[in-house]
Ligand binder design. Structure first.
Ligand SMILES: Nc1ncnc2c1ncn2[C@@H]1O[C@H](COP(=O)(O)OP(=O)(O)OP(=O)(O)O)[C@@H](O)[C@H]1O
Ligand SMILES: [Mg+2]
Length: 273
């Protein structure tokens, strides 16, 4: 492929719909989602609670909860139609190409294992010996300054911010091409938030990975993302380059979101006049 050839999207959802079937009845989760994500893009998905953001991220890894059923459409990841892949091929794709950064880092750490062991398993999933230097290097890559001390600790002995750095290190150890972060700083205080997001964006840019970041935080989205997808009631309401969506929102709902953004109320008011 020449440098100028249009690159195929790394993630593509086409007419994708899904619904929850529970004892209480059927609830729609996504309704006809069309979304292409380009390689190297930093994409934000924003929208109110229940609009379908997490379901989109779960669909990309074919990790929908058991009660959630696909009713139409397709998901392609790195050119492959997930519907055509056997379960072990999907697991391999997840392991080799996708990385998930969780909302609650503690939930992704094993409380019974020292940090050292968890990192060893991430670097050598089948158990073999791991060069101790590579463990320290991995922790340094997430800006943990005393790796030797941290390697000896159990998850309950570290702070929330430190746990998220470790969770990011575990994810990045596998060098994912596509990183999905569903509200990765929701459990952290404001001061640590910027540090963690700067770290994620920096790692993504250095590795050339693609970031899909689900967020409620439009201020930080403006700072870091190339493009915004706004979801509303299980559909994509509008999408476009970050500045266009935030400065010239087309949908009323997006205007409301922008108006609620700290320091942006004046602009939103001007646009609705
Ligand atoms: N466990 C569940 N049981 C039944 N329906 C569900 C369940 N989880 C999600 N849904 C349905 O799927 C829709 C989309 O949910 P999803 O979790 O993707 O939203 P979200 O945008 O990630 O919300 P939040 O910002 O709160 O995380 C919800 O509006 C709801 O109708
Ligand atoms: Mg969610």
């Amino acid at each position: 492929m020449t440098a100028n050839a249009p690159a195929a999207p790394v993630v593509s959802l086409t007419g994708f719909s899904a619904e929850y079937r529970t004892r209480l009845g059927v609830t729609r989760a996504l309704d006809g989602i069309d979304l292409d994500v380009a390689r190297g893009e930093l994409l934000a998905i924003v929208g109110e609670s229940g609009s379908g953001k997490s379901t989109v991220s779960q669909a990309i890894g074919r990790m929908l909860p058991r009660a959630c059923h696909v009713t139409s459409g397709s998901v392609h990841v790195l050119g492959r139609d997930l519907a055509d892949l056997a379960p072990d091929a999907i697991r391999a794709l997840r392991r080799e190409s996708l990385g998930f950064i969780p909302q609650d880092p503690m939930a992704s750490l094993d409380p019974t294992m020292r940090i050292r062991r968890q990192l060893e398993l991430a670097l050598r999933p089948l158990g073999g010996p791991v060069d101790p230097g590579s463990l320290a290097q991995l922790l340094e890559s997430v800006r943990i300054l005393e790796p030797d001390r941290v390697l000896r600790l159990y998850p309950h002995e570290v702070s929330g911010g430190m746990a998220q750095r470790i969770a990011i290190a575990l994810t990045m150890a596998r060098e994912p091409e596509i990183l999905i972060a569903d509200e990765p700083t929701a459990s952290l205080d404001a001061q640590v938030r910027d540090e963690i997001l700067t770290l994620i964006v920096d790692l993504v840019q250095r590795s050339g990975a693609t970031l899909i970041w689900i967020s409620h935080d439009l201020g930080r989205v403006r700072r870091w993302c190339d493009r915004i997808v706004v979801m509303h009631q299980r559909r994509i309401l509008e999408e476009g380059p970050t500045a266009r969506v935030l400065d010239e929102p087309r949908a009323d709902y997006t205007r409301t979101l922008v108006a609620a953004m700290p320091g942006r109320a004046d602009l939103a008011a001007k646009e609705t006049e």
